[in-house]
Design a protein around this ligand. Structure first.
Ligand code: HGY
Ligand code: MN
Ligand code: MN
Length: 420
């Protein structure tokens, strides 16, 4: 079916990506590159949202802001009562981001609408482009927050009560930035949801491909561990009298790597991304340590076993030094999410029609699509990244051509689904 073969304006898409990337931009000393720092609901995130809101409206779309601050931009179809076809992603970033994570999905959806409108192409179903709040989870501590509320996994009140490290809550920051919307917190199930995102890994580039069809998202487990020991003089305190919280933190990191290397938990990945000791001074034995553990596993049973064995290790660690205590706090937990086969096929067919070879792959990263999969047929398109697909880093890069091809596939898929 080539009548709905849509190719978008890749130059305009790229200009939008680069203009947005200047918001929250900073000079990254380590890489010498321009990085992006737009943590959710910060002034930079709010500025980026306002820029994109203006673009949505210039494209003739109506925009609704919901109680989670999700932006839902709508291009009407010929049948206003039909459930929409949805696309989108996020504009919030990690603190050391590149220009593409999330932004390609949002600005790609916008580019699809810009293209359809300038070509006078109408669709039976409305097309909606969504900007989800706090997808990264790095400010308020749980990822895919906006989409989890929209799809019903997290209650709006619980989401609003989440606080950042300075004690500022999601609810307060939504109000402060002017994105505390109204209306229902949960989405009516759309007809389908298709998200285009950079792969953030090396698979497509290693296969010499530009696009991939995403089969699902692996399980994610985030927890915070607080270790309480006893501050003591680094010189005078005999080792056997110490309750060294820093030592315990190091032991946890080593134990996690041993679990991964053991092969007993399948393709488990473990990361301690946040580690802080107190009082954090050279000549004082750390009294307290705080760390986060991010576990990923494509297999739910192996993930559960890894979590249980880590809990057992932590219990044993408590008695290992006199007076050492540990506590854990669950931050995020999602199971492996398989994507809809019909939507995957629609994406694969669109790629074929564009003459793009493709492969199917599981996502190592979490995405808003994994939440939307709970309420409608959902799948994703991946676009290859360069430099081993590095992401969450200013070196993150996909070429203008790869971005445009990925959004060509998105446009064609969305138009066909909107005609169903
Ligand atoms: O953590 C993730 O996988 C995603 O980048 N939020
Ligand atoms: Mn992302
Ligand atoms: Mn990310």
């Amino acid at each position: 079916m080539t009548d709905s073969l849509i190719t978008i304006d890749g130059d305009r898409l790229w200009r939008s990506l680069m203009e947005l990337a200047e918001i929250g931009a900073y000079d990254d000393a380590r890489t010498g590159l321009r990085g992006v720092n737009r943590l959710a609901l910060t002034d930079a995130d709010a500025e980026g949202r306002r820029l994109v809101l203006g673009w949505f409206r210039q494209a003739g779309m109506s925009v609704r802001i919901d109680p989670m601050g999700n932006l839902i931009a709508r291009r009407d179809g010929t049948d206003p009562g039909a459930a929409p076809v949805m696309t989108g992603s996020h504009l919030d970033s990690v603190a050391t981001a590149g220009a593409f994570d999330g932004c390609l999905g949002v600005l790609g959806g916008l580019e699809v609408v810009r293209t359809l409108t300038e070509r006078g192409i109408s669709t039976r179903r409305p097309i909606e482009v969504v900007v989800f709040t706090e997808e990264e989870g790095v400010r308020f501590g749980t990822d895919m927050l906006g989409s989890a509320v929209a799809a019903g996994r997290i209650a709006i009140k619980d989401a609003h009560d989440l606080i950042d490290r300075d004690g500022l809550s999601v609810g307060a920051e939504l109000r402060r930035t002017g994105f505390a919307g109204d209306g229902p917190a949960r989405f009516d199930p759309p007809h389908a949801y298709v998200e285009c995102h950079i792969e953030q890994g090396p698979v497509l580039a290693e296969a010499g491909l530009t696009v991939g069809v995403v089969t699902g998202v692996q399980a994610i487990s985030w927890q915070e561990i607080t270790i309480s020991g006893r501050a003591a003089h680094a010189g005078t305190t005999p080792t056997e009298l110490r309750a060294d919280a820093g030592l315990a933190a190091a032991q946890i990191i080593v134990a996690l790597r041993k679990m991964v290397d053991s092969g007993s938990y399948g393709q488990l990945r473990a990361t301690v991304g946040h580690l802080a000791v107190h009082p954090d001074l050279t000549n004082i034995v750390p009294a307290r340590a705080q760390l986060t553990v991010d576990l990923r596993n494509p297999d739910d049973e192996q993930m559960a076993r890894a979590e249980a064995d880590l809990a057992g290790y932590l219990a044993g660690l408590e008695g290992s030094q006199p007076g050492l205590g540990l506590s854990t706090r669950r931050m995020a937990r999602t199971s492996h999410v398989p994507f809809d086969h019909g939507i995957q096929k629609a994406i694969a067919t669109a790629a074929d029609d564009h003459g793009l070879a493709h492969l199917s792959l599981l996502s190592g990263a979490g995405h808003d699509a994994q939440e939307m999969a709970a309420i409608c047929p959902t799948a994703m398109i991946f676009v290859r990244g360069e430099y081993d697909g590095i992401s969450h880093n200013p070196r993150e890069y996909s070429t203008p051509q790869a971005c445009a091809r990925g959004i060509d596939v998105l446009a064609t898929t969305l138009v066909r689904l909107a005609g169903e």
